[in-house]
Structures are given as structure tokens and as C-alpha cells.
Design a protein around this ligand. Structure first.
Ligand code: 0RA
Length: 642
């Protein structure tokens, strides 16, 4: 409330009506999520989705995405080409102009649109135009090459021009755009982000060839994704770093009047389930109706098979879904006319019809597959039965821990030095390697908001152990009780006691190993903690130097080089810091713990499939896969950092 008593008059001239593409520039976040890196890449997805729509409709089999030397991005396809004839309702505008300047005009334009369409927000390529400082479209159609150009967020630079006569049969669209630096925090595209997405699109659209070319100086590379076996290739790719239980991949599909579904699945010898679902080519990371139908049918088909083939006797309980899904890798991809995306991140499919479609397909076709493949079928059931026994043992171990902690009183691990605040939003848990460092951290902390959990050396590798063994491990138990949200499918983020869980380990090789073990545990057992952005890695500095009377800490070699270059000629001596254990409490506080001085790395889950793969490669059984990964990614700082 203010005490301002001035009366404001409201006139029609005060009301601003946003026309054309103005609303997009006024609120970019509403159309592309954010103006950060994710929003920037959204522009690429929007254009590529249009081209993929053209492929899904059966008119295009080649897409080329090129990052240009001057920072632009070009997407070309050999589809029908955006129509160029005058629009019946707006005779002085070409259809292409309308598609590029009108919201929601995209591929559905003209009524004879597609059966299905990607484009998460359905806003189309006009949004890309609105958020670009320049955009050029070239269209091959009717034997001609047309060109159309826009500046400064979608202002037409001139009318559609017929450039030359192309080959009589060639058709296609090329969109070249330069994101507006006035809109985006940073207009630099990241090749890896684009590659990962293009690969998934190629898996979901068998036969479609997607080429990525980075022609920016210093970045040069060219990659072609082209899979003839679609989801089967996808599953083999996901399981490549794992030991599969049997060589075949089950693959089936079904079409009815509500849409179409395509499912592929295989099991590996690991303990985690790995289900990825898609709707119209969009990753539904929050699941939804299609996943629900799949899980339900999978459980009932497996139980029916187990009973009819004597694996389960009359007196035995049914196998639980989670036991059947142990080690499962599956892709469920549906296509439908009007997808409803719900959930926190709009990544959950809400169309009820998809539940029965997928359930029916899985019930019928997966059952057939089991009957036709008795050896793998037996292996699947046997693995589920072992998982079921292990789960019973794990329950016992958990009950035992609960009783034990109940006897101990508060129920928190004895080693935890808790903070006094009871508000998770301001509380931080430092997981600290080694007891001596734990001691310094205890002295360096702010006791109100910072808690310390010292752990002894390397925790158990959860990638290679089942839940029962995991729960018997004292370090793991302490972590679970300290964090407070439980584990696995039952993990409840609302019960978590800290909104920052910070891993504090040395900057050396052993420290890296501990970080990876802890991150593997958190990713596998508390995934929503990672997804919520609650997991951090502290970055203790590698070097210190004295300037005058002040001690300056430098995080890594890069920071050291920069520091030297900024002081041209001063004589500097650097001390290499050895480890957390050798820092006294004031050093630890100033470099790593004090929120006003420290630098933390937040762990982000960019793509669950990639994270899963990295976990299995680095922590799983295949030594060859690990060696290959380390050799190929040794210079990728993303993986060095985590
Ligand atoms: C509107 C209508 C038609 C195709 C397209 C748009 C179209 C858009 C893009 C964007 C990138 N590549 C594209 N390819 C096609 C249908 C055209 C027809 O019926 O001939």
C-alpha cells in the first residue's frame, strides 16, 4: 500500500495493444521458457521441429543444421517448402510471410495441416523471427527459388522475391537466423546441446538423415545421424555401455484412431530402470498417460507369463512392477493429434486415450514377444524374482535401521553436525571427505544454516550393488537419514532437510572419484534432488598467492594464468594447495564455505539419457566402455568438472 493520493486517469491511449510479434518480444519467456541458454536453443528446436514435422508427414528425408561462422544458425530441409502463394484472406501477403510473422500460423496453416506436429508450444517459426536480429528464408517450390528477409525482430525487409529458377523438381525450405543479442543473455550456441537433441530426433524418425555442421572458427565438425531401425537403434545405443541380458530388442507398435505408439525394450544386468517416453518427438521427462499404460501392461503381461509358465506357483505373490523393471531400458513414443502437456515443466502427457492405446499394444504385442522368445522371457522373469527377494531383504535392513535410529533418539546419524535452522530453504548440508577436513569444516561453518556430514573415504558404488547391500552400508545410511527424503521411487523432495547439498572433496583424482560416487548415488536414488537443482559441488582452490598483505586464492590453472596476465610483470609466487585436510578452518571458510566468497558448481541434469549413460560407463561393469569414454571425453570440461 502507498499513501500516494494522486488520482490517475485512464484513457484509451494508455492501453497498449500488442500486435503481430510484439507480445513475443515483450515476454520472450512465455514463448521460449527463458532468455538464457535453454531459450536460445529453443529457437533451433522450433525451426528443426518444423522440418521434422515435414518429415513426419512423409515429405522430407534430409535436414541439415549449420552453425555459421558469424554466429547465425541455418536449418535446411528437402520438404515441400513453405507455400508462397498469396493467402486467400490476406491477398497482399504471401503465405510464407504470414507463417513467419503470425503467431500460431506454423504448419497447421491453411487447414490442410499435419496429422501430428512437434513444436512444444505450437507457436511456430514466427517466434524465432520475433527474437532474431535478422532472419532469411529461402524456399524452393514450383520450380523456383524464393527469398524473404526480416530485420530486428520480424520487420519485413522487402517483398518475397523470386531469385532464380531452381531445378524443376527440387523443393525445400532454408531458414537462417541470428538471435537478437538484445534479447538473449548470450547468443553463443553450444554444439553438444544441439547434437544430443538431433540424435534423439534421428532415433525417433527412422530413415531421416540429420546432419549437423559446425562451421564456426575453431569449432569445425560435421556429424550425420541416420538410423534405419529407429527405436531398436536407440535402445542399443542406450544399452551400449551396459551388459544386456539377451541380444534381441523387443519392438512393437500399434495404430488406432486416437494415435500411434511405438515401443522398444530390452533388459540389462544392472539394477536401475531406464524408461524414456516421447509424445510427437518431445521428451516427456515427467511421464504421463503413455508411460502409465506401458508400466501397467508390462507388470500384468510379465506376471501372466510367469504364472502360465510355472515360474510363480499358486501360493506365490505377484511380482511387483519395480522388480520387473529392474535393469529395463525402454522407449515409449506416441504420436497424436492434439497433445496435452501438463506438469511443472510441461513435460507430462495428459491425453487419457494414450494410456489405453499403449496398454493395449503392450498387453497384446509384448505378450506375443515373450511367447515367441522363451529364453529371454525366462531371463526377464528370473531377474525379477531375484530383485523381488533382494527388495524383501532391503526392507528388512531398512526396518532394522529405523529401529536402531529410533533407539538412538533423534533419528539423525551420529556423525552429522546439524545446523540449528529448521528451514530447508536456507539450510545447507556439506558432505565432507575425510575426518580431518570434517573437523575444519565444523569450525568454519555458520552453525545456524550449515550442517556437516563427514564421510569416510569412498562410499559404496551403488551402480554395482542392489538396494539391500546399499542399505547396509553405514555411509549410505548416514546420507539417507541426513538428507531426509528417503530413496528410490519413494523419494519425497518435500521432506528434504536442506535445499543445498554440497559435495566437498579434494581437487585431486581421489576427490574426483568420491564426487562421481556421490553424484551416482544422488542421481540414482534421489534424482529429483538433482533435477530440482539442490546438488552442488564445492570448488576448493588449487593455488594461493600473497599480494601485499592479502592472500588471494585461485581456483584452477586458468584462473592462475589470468591472474598472471592481469599483472604483467609483478613477481608472484604461487603456493599449490594440497588438500582440504591441510587447510585450517579460516582458509576453508574463506575459500569454500562462506556464501559471500565461495564458488559453487550447481549440478544440472541436462539430459537424463546422457546422465544415465555417463553413470553406467563410469561406474558400471564394462571396462572397455569406460576406457573409451575417458579417452574421448578427457578434454570435455563438463565431465571433468563433475
Ligand atoms: C505451412 C504449410 C506447409 C508446409 C510448411 C508450412 C512448412 C514449414 C516449414 C518450416 C521449415 N520447413 C518447413 N517446411 C514446410 C504445407 C505445404 C503444402 O501443402 O504444400
Amino acid at each position: 500500500m502507498t499513501t500516494d493520493t494522486s488520482v490517475s486517469t485512464y484513457e484509451s491511449s494508455d492501453i497498449t495493444v500488442l500486435t503481430g510479434l510484439e507480445p513475443v518480444r515483450a515476454r520472450p519467456g512465455m514463448y521460449i521458457g527463458s532468455t538464457g541458454p535453454s531459450g536460445l536453443h529453443h529457437l533451433v528446436w522450433e525451426v528443426v521441429d518444423n522440418a521434422v514435422d515435414e518429415a513426419m508427414a512423409g515429405f522430407c528425408d534430409r535436414i541439415i543444421v549449420t552453425l555459421l561462422p558469424d554466429g547465425g544458425c541455418e536449418v535446411s530441409d528437402n520438404g515441400r517448402g513453405i507455400p508462397v502463394d498469396p493467402h486467400p484472406m490476406y491477398p497482399d501477403q504471401s503465405a510464407a510471410e504470414i507463417v513467419l510473422t503470425t503467431l500460431h500460423a506454423g504448419g497447421k496453416f491453411g487447414g490442410s495441416g499435419y496429422k501430428v506436429s512437434g513444436g512444444l508450444h505450437g507457436v511456430g517459426v514466427s517466434v524465432v523471427n520475433a527474437l532474431s536480429r535478422r532472419l532469411v528464408v529461402e524456399i524452393c517450390r514450383d520450380g523456383h527459388l524464393y527469398s524473404l528477409e526480416f530485420n530486428d525482430g520480424g520487420n519485413l525487409a522487402g517483398p518475397l522475391t523470386k531469385v532464380v529458377s531452381a531445378g524443376a523438381t527440387a523443393t525445400g525450405t532454408l531458414v537462417r537466423f541470428w538471435p537478437d543479442p538484445g534479447v538473449f543473455e548470450d547468443v553463443t550456441f553450444r554444439a553438444q546441446t544441439i547434437l544430443e537433441r538431433l540424435q534423439v530426433m534421428a532415433f525417433l524418425n527412422p530413415g531421416l538423415s540429420i546432419t549437423f555442421r559446425d562451421t564456426r572458427p575453431g569449432h569445425e565438425e560435421r556429424v550425420v545421424y541416420h538410423y534405419t531401425n529407429g527405436l531398436v537403434d536407440f535402445i542399443q545405443h542406450l544399452n551400449a555401455s551396459k551388459e544386456s541380458l539377451f541380444p534381441t530388442v523387443a519392438h512393437f507398435g500399434h495404430v488406432d484412431e486416437t494415435g500411434e505408439v511405438d515401443v522398444a525394450l530390452q533388459w540389462n544386468s544392472g539394477f536401475y530402470e531406464n524408461i524414456h517416453s516421447f509424445a510427437n518427438g518431445i521428451s516427456t521427462t515427467e511421464g504421463g498417460m503413455h508411460e502409465e499404460g506401458f508400466r501397467k501392461a508390462l507388470t500384468s503381461v510379465a506376471n501372466r507369463y510367469a504364472r502360465s509358465h510355472g515360474f510363480l506357483k499358486d501360493k506365490d505373490d505377484n511380482l511387483a512392477g519395480e522388480d520387473i523393471r529392474e535393469g529395463l531400458t525402454a522407449i515409449v513414443s506416441v504420436r497424436l493429434t492434439d497433445p496435452q502437456f501438463e506438469g511443472q515443466t510441461k513435460a507430462k502427457l495428459g491425453n487419457v486415450a494414450m494410456r489405453s492405446l499403449v496398454e493395449k499394444a503392450t498387453n497384446e504385442r509384448f505378450n506375443e514377444w515373450l511367447e515367441e522368445n522363451p529364453r529371454p522371457a525366462g531371463q526377464i522373469i528370473q531377474k525379477a524374482m531375484v530383485a523381488s527377494r533382494a527388495r524383501a531383504a532391503a526392507r528388512q535392513a531398512r526396518d532394522l535401521t529405523r529401529r536402531k535410529s529410533a533407539l538412538e533418539g533423534a533419528g539423525l546419524p551420529g556423525k552429522l553436525v546439524d545446523c540449528s535452522s529448521r528451514s530447508p530453504a536456507e539450510s545447507e548440508l556439506f558432505i565432507v571427505e575425510g575426518n580431518s577436513a570434517g573437523g575444519s569444516a565444523k569450525d568454519a561453518r555458520d552453525p545456524r544454516t550449515q550442517a556437516i556430514l563427514p564421510i569416510r573415504g569412498k562410499i559404496l558404488n551403488v551402480e554395482r550393488s542392489r538396494a539391500d547391500r546399499m542399505l547396509k552400508n553405514a555411509e549410505i545410511q548416514a546420507l539417507i537419514t541426513a538428507i531426509g527424503g528417503g530413496i528410490g521411487e519413494a523419494f519425497d523432495i518435500s521432506k528434504v532437510r536442506y535445499h543445498k547439498v554440497i559435495i566437498l572433496a579434494d581437487a585431486d583424482v581421489d576427490g574426483s572419484h568420491i564426487r562421481v560416487l556421490l553424484l551416482t548415488f544422488l542421481f540414482r536414488q534421489m534424482r529429483s534432488l538433482v533435477e530440482a537443482g539442490y546438488v552442488y559441488v564445492a570448488q576448493p582452490p588449487l593455488y594461493s598467492t600473497i599480494v601485499g598483505k592479502e592472500k588471494v586464492y585461485l581456483h584452477d590453472d586458468g584462473a592462475k594464468e589470468q591472474f598472471i596476465s592481469e599483472r604483467g610483470k609483478a613477481k608472484l609466487e604461487f603456493q599449490r594447495l594440497k588438500g582440504l585436510g591441510e587447510m585450517d578452518f579460516s582458509e576453508l571458510r574463506d575459500t569454500t564455505m562462506d556464501p559471500s566468497k565461495r564458488s559453487l558448481l550447481r549440478i544440472e541434469l541436462e539430459q537424463a539419457t546422457i546422465a544415465d549413460e555417463v553413470c553406467s560407463v563410469l561406474m558400471g561393469d564394462s571396462v572397455d566402455a569406460r576406457r573409451h569414454f575417458i579417452q574421448t571425453n578427457a578434454r570435455d570440461v563438463r565431465f571433468l568438472d563433475i
